[in-house]
Design a protein around this ligand. Structure first.
Ligand SMILES: [Mg+2]
Length: 446
């Protein structure tokens, strides 16, 4: 169901509060926005248990394939949490703590399907629904026609309770919901009480509820930022709110000022419109190899395969990469990222692959025998995306080989088109580039 008559302009007749802190002078914010943040509890495990009701009262974890390097815990139910099972620990560690732990493989397609069903329920209250992850979304229900006669505090609470009840009844899943006048506090509200909590953080109680919390619990405060705040003797969100802006500015730059605004409830960011053509910022694919790649040919093949997947998605959406980024992880999980702007925007697999290979080769160690330093993971991401018609003009190159280059480009285009046609007819996996780092068991690393 799509409601579209009421919700784009969401500013209603509400009072605006002036926040006169330090020199955040005269910024007006709408404290009567009603923003919900809905967070599904134990999402993967709860969805799996719908298919395995016999395990409902047992500790259950979702994990990668126990035989591969992906064998880590991805999610768990409450009973597994009680046994101190942690996300990202190995299956071996988990089993040693809880031998009776039931392990189930992940099924990402199923989770995506449920995520869609959940968001469809949210869209019955407002079109301003912004998924933050597969199991979390913000909803701006300020102008929702549901419970429209109630005042803003009751309205938020009534809608949150109804959504929570419907998720239970219709999908047999549970959510915790935060309600506030901004996205940051709504998100923190959904964390406040789990499972099955509803927490309202409004203008009257946010200093009581949020300010005593440790500063690392402020949404957006990363680990490095938190440690710098600790250096400034700032340990709680309230201390951050009351800190002198100039000190934050000096120590943390704009990030410090931004975080202080969040602590003061001055996050004014809007909730995005669910049905709008999402403003895709990048399209990427990555792959973790079952053994570390060092061989040039294998690395090139992997990059070609990843570029192929990225470009296939670009072409389907009719968009072009204005730049490319590669991420490389070594066996110790150290991440190297490099990016470059492309001379001409492209959605051609050979071009993106060539540029990605160039980026890797110019940034990754290679020894005298031509072997590269071991690589555990590579991802290729198209960045600076442009839609058709958005200044996609190839620069005129006064190049003696221009005609030859044109021929090659047309040949590539034809191949890409054939691949796309085959995929449209027979599915994404019907055609692809060679596979490496997957089947060769002899090379399996520990
Ligand atoms: Mg969750």
């Amino acid at each position: 169901m799509q409601l579209s008559c009421y919700n784009i302009s969401m500013i209603t007749n509400v009072s605006a509060i002036d926040f006169n802190t330090d020199d955040n002078s005269n910024e007006k914010i709408n404290t009567e926005r009603i923003i919900l943040h809905c967070d599904m509890n134990n999402f993967y495990a709860s969805v799996e248990l719908l298919d395995y009701p016999q395990y409902r009262n047992l500790p259950v974890a979702i994990c990668g394939d126990p035989k591969s390097r992906h064998g880590i815990i991805l999610a768990k139910n409450n009973l597994a949490k009680e046994k101190n099972i942690q996300t990202a620990e190995t299956i071996w560690q988990a089993r040693s703590k809880c031998p009776e732990l039931i392990l189930l493989p992940p099924n990402h397609e199923k989770y995506a399907l449920y995520s869609k069903k959940i968001n469809e329920i949210y869209c019955q209250y407002t079109d301003l629904v912004e998924p933050y992850s597969i199991d979390e979304s913000w909803l701006d229900v300020t102008s929702s026609p549901i419970f429209s006669n109630e005042d803003y505090k009751n309205k938020g609470m009534l809608i949150a309770s109804e959504i929570q009840r419907r998720l239970n009844e219709e999908l047999n899943l549970d959510a915790s919901i935060g309600i506030s006048f901004n996205k940051v506090f709504a998100k923190m509200g959904s964390e406040y009480k789990k499972p099955h909590g509803i927490t309202q953080i409004d203008y009257d109680n946010f200093k009581k509820l949020v300010w005593p919390l440790p500063v690392n619990e402020l949404f957006y405060a990363g680990r490095q930022t938190v440690s710098r705040l600790h250096d400034l003797n700032i340990y709680t969100i309230g201390e951050l709110a009351k800190a002198q802006k100039s000190i934050l500015q000096n120590a943390l730059g704009r990030q410090g000022v931004f975080l202080q605004k969040c602590a003061l409830g001055m996050d004014t960011s809007p909730v995005a419109y669910y049905y709008q053509d999402r403003d895709v910022k990048s399209i990427g694919h990555g792959e973790t190899f079952s053994y570390n790649l060092t061989n040039e040919e294998e690395i090139e093949t992997a990059i070609k395969r990843l570029s192929d997947r990225v470009c296939s998605r670009l072409r389907r959406k009719n968009i072009f990469a204005g730049g490319v980024k590669i991420d490389i992880k070594d066996p110790n999980f150290n991440l190297t990222s490099r990016q470059k702007i492309l001379d001409n925007p492209t959605s051609s697999t050979p071009v993106l692959a060539r540029e990605s290979i160039y980026l890797l080769k110019s940034n990754w160690k290679q020894n005298a025998h031509g072997e590269f330093a071991p690589i555990r993971l590579i991802s290729v991401t198209a960045i600076n995306l442009l839609r058709e018609g958005e200044s996609i003009h190839e620069q005129l190159t006064f190049d003696f080989n221009a005609e030859e280059k044109d021929k090659i480009r047309n040949k590539h285009k034809k191949i890409d088109n054939i691949i796309d046609e085959l995929r449209d007819k027979f599915g994404d996996d019907s055609i692809g580039l060679g596979v490496c780092g997957v089947h060769d068991k002899n090379k399996q690393n520990k």
